[in-house]
Ligand binder design. Sequence first.
Ligand code: NDP
Length: 278
Amino acid sequence: MHAIESTTKLSNGVDMPWLGLGVYKAQEGNEVKTAVRTALEVGYRAIDTAAIYENESGVGEALRESGVARNDVFLTTKLWNADQGYESTLRAFDESLRKLGTDYIDLYLVHWPVKGKYVDTYRAMERLYRDGRVRAIGVSNFHIHHLEELLANCEIKPMVNQVELHPMLSQLELRQFCSQRDIQMEAWSPLMKGGAIFLHPLIRELAEKYGKTPAQIILRWDIQSDIVTIPKSVTPERIRENSQIFDFMISHEDMKRIDALNENKRVGTNPEKYDIME
Ligand code: NDP
């Protein structure tokens, strides 16, 4: 965990960078292209998009124009809820590949656990994995009971679970469950969407102590907790700032103080209360 390109090894041996650029709400076209290009210039080697973000084309263009080799970048995309089901997943995957302008995906995720559908959806992902069209497969927004159902019905264990995770929602129980099964945790909205967390007295105190920004303290807490993190920004200075987390260490004692901030507070949708899944 010493450099921006540092990776964690997934259960199937594939290396996944600890830090990636999130592009939710980065607009298709110039905005997302500039963000991805900036990130690659700064040294990011992972990008997190999704079919529903409607910016896969821009992500793909920026990747191709960057001059960075395709196999040096870890590319994640996600299967949208409306496309869940076996055959529809295979079709949606082809569409994502076409838009991204690549012939494989590094990590393909089931975006949300759509009731009654996610097992079939995941079986299609297993097929894509066996066919060598994705290097890793996983899920997003899965709670323990979703994972238990999936694990009881799948042949290839999901390699990643991407969920909302930050100091106010530290997901301890889920992290322990995943760690015991060698499922890598990944944090979405790690910065709580850039809101009040930056003003929290402890985060400010630690930012001062370590000579870092509040965002850097939070992102460093992620990776020191063995959590892959994908902060989103379309602002070049922030993209750079968010990457400068590999040159310091938060002490064990200060990590515990950040851990103690948990309030089980969400800034995004709770997977249990998501209408589209009913
Ligand atoms: P983040 O917690 O990453 O926050 C992003 C916001 O914070 C943006 O408004 C950004 O502004 C601002 N910001 C970023 N860096 C800084 C900084 N250093 N200082 C101050 N403000 C900053 O929220 P997201 O919800 O975007 O989550 C990150 C990624 O996770 C997404 O982009 C997406 O890839 C993924 N995700 C996945 C979900 C899922 O269901 N699987 C759900 C939600 C997100 P600006 O861009 O203007 O610079």
